[in-house]
Design a protein around this ligand. Structure first.
Ligand SMILES: [Zn+2]
Length: 287
C-alpha cells in the first residue's frame, strides 16, 4: 500500500523503533524489499537516489514500476517511495512523477538558502500529499559523486529547519555514507540529544546505516532516530552472492545463465539483509 512516510515515522518515533529505508536499483531490488517487508509485517521506505532514478529510466518509470508491483504482489504493509538526497528540480520531478515522499538535500547550500528552498519544497509536496525530509550538517562520504565532509549539525539550525513544516529531519552526527573507515570516531550522541531536544519530537533520520555498530544504532533510536537508511550493505551482499554463483561456475551449468537464476542469489541476499536490519531496528510487526 503506497503511502507517504509521515505517519509511519511518527508512530516509530512514539514507539521507539525505526523504519528502514532500503535504496533500490532495479526490479529485483524492489521485489526483494517489498516481499520481505510484507513477510515481516513491517512498514518500509524505498529510497531512490537521483542516479538510481536515471539508471532505471527516469522517475516516472520508477513510480510506475513500484505502484504496479505493490498492487500485483498484493503488498498490504505501508510502503513509501522516497527520493533520496534530492536536488530542488529532482524533488519537483518526483512530486510530478508519483513519488509519495521526497528528501530535499540543501546541506551543501548556505544555510539560509537551504532553509528557503526547503520551505518551498514543503509547500509543493504537502499540497500533493507527499512527506518531506530535509538535511542539515552534511553526511560524510560519497553518494552519487557528491562528497560530504561529515559535519555535526547545529541544534539551532535543526530547529529552524524543523519549523519549516518538514516531516522528518536528517542531521549529521558523524555518520557517513559507504563503508566506515577504521579510524571512525563513532556517532556524536551529545549532538543527537541536543538536536532531539531542539526539534520538538520530529522523527530524525540516520543516513549511512551500513557498518554502524548495533549498540550505537539502538542508542540513536532511543534518542529520536526513527528512520535508518541502508544502501551500501545491500549492494555488498548482492555483489558477493552473485560473485559466488559465477565463481562456482553455476552460470555454465544447464540454464544457469537465465537472468532469473543468475540474479536469484543476490536477490535472496538482499532479502536476508532486510530481515536482519528490520529486526535490529525493531520495525517488524508494526504495519
Ligand atoms: Zn544519505
Amino acid at each position: 500500500m503506497l503511502v507517504n512516510a509521515a505517519e509511519m515515522l511518527k508512530k516509530a518515533r512514539a514507539g521507539q523503533y525505526a523504519i528502514g529505508q532500503f535504496n533500490i536499483n532495479n526490479l529485483e531490488w524492489t521485489k526483494a524489499v517489498l516481499l520481505t517487508a510484507q513477510e515481516l509485517k513491517s512498514p518500509v521506505i524505498l529510497g531512490v537516489s537521483e542516479g538510481a532514478g536515471k539508471y532505471m529510466g527516469g522517475f516516472k518509470t520508477v513510480a510506475a514500476m513500484v505502484a504496479a508491483m505493490d498492487e500485483d504482489l498484493k503488498i498490504s504493509v505501508p510502503v513509501a517511495l522516497h527520493l533520496d538526497h534530492g536536488s530542488y528540480d529532482g524533488c519537483v520531478a518526483c512530486i510530478e512523477a508519483g513519488f509519495t515522499s521526497v528528501m530535499f538535500d540543501g546541506s551543501h547550500d548556505p544555510f539560509d538558502v537551504n532553509l528557503a528552498k526547503t520551505r518551498e519544497i514543503v509547500a509543493l509536496a504537502h499540497k500533493r500529499g507527499l512527506s518531506v525530509e530535509a538535511e542539515v550538517g552534511s553526511i560524510g562520504g560519497e553518494e552519487d559523486g557528491v562528497i560530504g565532509a561529515g559535519e555535526i549539525a547545529d541544534a539551532d539550525e535543526c530547529r529552524q529547519l524543523a519549523e519549516t513544516g518538514i516531516d522528518f529531519l536528517a542531521a549529521g552526527i558523524g555518520n557517513i555514507h559507504g563503508v566506515y573507515p577504521d579510524n571512525w570516531k563513532g556517532l556524536d550522541f551529545e549532538a543527537l540529544e541536543a538536536i532531539s531536544k531542539s526539534t520538538g519530537g520530529i522523527p530524525l533520520v540516520l543516513h549511512g546505516g551500513t557498518g554502524i555498530p548495533e549498540d550505537m544504532i539502538k542508542k540513536s533510536i532511543g534518542l529520536g532516530v526513527s528512520k535508518i537508511n541502508v544502501n551500501t550493505e545491500c549492494q555488498l551482499v548482492f555483489a558477493a552472492a552473485t560473485r559466488k554463483y559465477i565463481e562456482e561456475g553455476k552460470d555454465l551449468q544447464g540454464k544457469g545463465f537465465d537472468p532469473r537464476k543468475l540474479l536469484a542469489p543476490g536477490t535472496e541476499a538482499i532479502k536476508q539483509t532486510v530481515r536482519e536490519k528490520t529486526a535490529l531496528f525493531g520495525g517488524g510487526n508494526k504495519a
